[in-house]
Design a protein around this ligand. Structure first.
Ligand SMILES: N#Cc1c(-c2ccc3ccn(Cc4ccc(CN5CCCC5)cc4)c3c2)n[nH]c1N
Length: 242
């Protein structure tokens, strides 16, 4: 998979070269290119923003710089691409979206700043390619770069060969519609807190049941919306007895 990121703060994307993602790039599983939007400006001030039509707070990113940048970035690789634009007004980015993105040959991320990017940029490219305006959560950030780090990590870990243990991704939170339950490791007792007995019993059936019960309890308490969204046949009799 090739990932391109266009931003006025390339340094913000440095974590993409670290650890798990860095290894994925190093082994050729992932090809990441970060581009400085200001490289496509032509004025001495390298201006990328201007006042919003109709008034309102802050500044809006100008369409012509984005158009020149995205035209060049898209033309640099023949693979079909999906343009992803983080925005507070975007559709929620979910694990299902991460799986969909992991199946893409190429993702191009447009990182806005200020009050966002002139809407005509999204509208222009949406006429010729898939474009997603996404949000990583119901809180307000200062720009799109942090969202890109979140999305790229969520997507990259699903690519075959990126995670050391492929079962991790398969048994993710949300993979069965539930939050995962508590996890424990040595020592057996830590500051007077003991590991639940069942986990040391070796009884795999009882362990699976216990883990399912803890996941259901945690999901019901913290994310009742996920319980409500489960398909009718998702809960078995033992689940309902909880
Ligand atoms: N993903 C994601 C995001 C973002 C995000 C993503 C991309 C950009 C580009 C610029 N900003 C800053 C910003 C902040 C507030 C507003 C709304 N305006 C404020 C006053 C009138 C409306 C518009 C932009 C961004 C924020 N925030 N939260 C998420 N989950």
């Amino acid at each position: 998979m090739r990932i391109d990121v266009v931003t006025i703060f390339p340094g913000y994307l440095a974590p993409l070269r670290e650890a798990l993602l860095g290894r994925a790039v190093g082994t050729g599983l992932l090809d990441i290119a970060v581009h400085d939007l200001r490289d496509w400006t032509h004025d001495v001030h390298q201006a990328v923003d201007d006042a919003p039509y109709g008034g309102g707070p802050g500044m809006v990113m100008r369409p012509h710089v984005w158009g020149e940048a995205l035209d060049d970035v898209l033309a640099a690789d023949p693979r079909p691409a999906r343009l992803v634009v983080p925005t507070p007004a975007g559709r929620p980015f979910t694990q299902a979206a991460a799986h969909a993105y992991a199946a893409q040959e190429r993702l191009v991320f447009a990182c806005g700043r200020y009050e966002g990017i002139d809407q005509r940029v999204v509208d222009h490219y949406a006429a010729s390619m898939p474009v997603d305006e996404i949000s990583i959560g119901d809180y307000v950030l200062v720009g799109g770069e942090v969202a890109v780090l979140v999305v790229v990590e969520a997507v990259a870990r699903l690519l075959p060969g990126v995670l050391g243990n492929p079962r991790s991704a398969a048994e993710d939170s949300f993979s069965d519609g539930l939050l995962e339950g508590p996890a424990y490791t040595r020592p057996e007792v830590w500051r007077g807190h003991a590991v639940p007995e069942v986990l040391r019993s070796g009884n795999h059936g009882a362990i699976a049941r216990w883990r399912r019960d803890r996941a259901l309890e945690r999901t019901a308490e913290r994310r009742p919306d996920l319980i409500a969204a489960l398909p009718p046949d998702a809960l078995d009799e033992a689940d309902r007895a909880l």
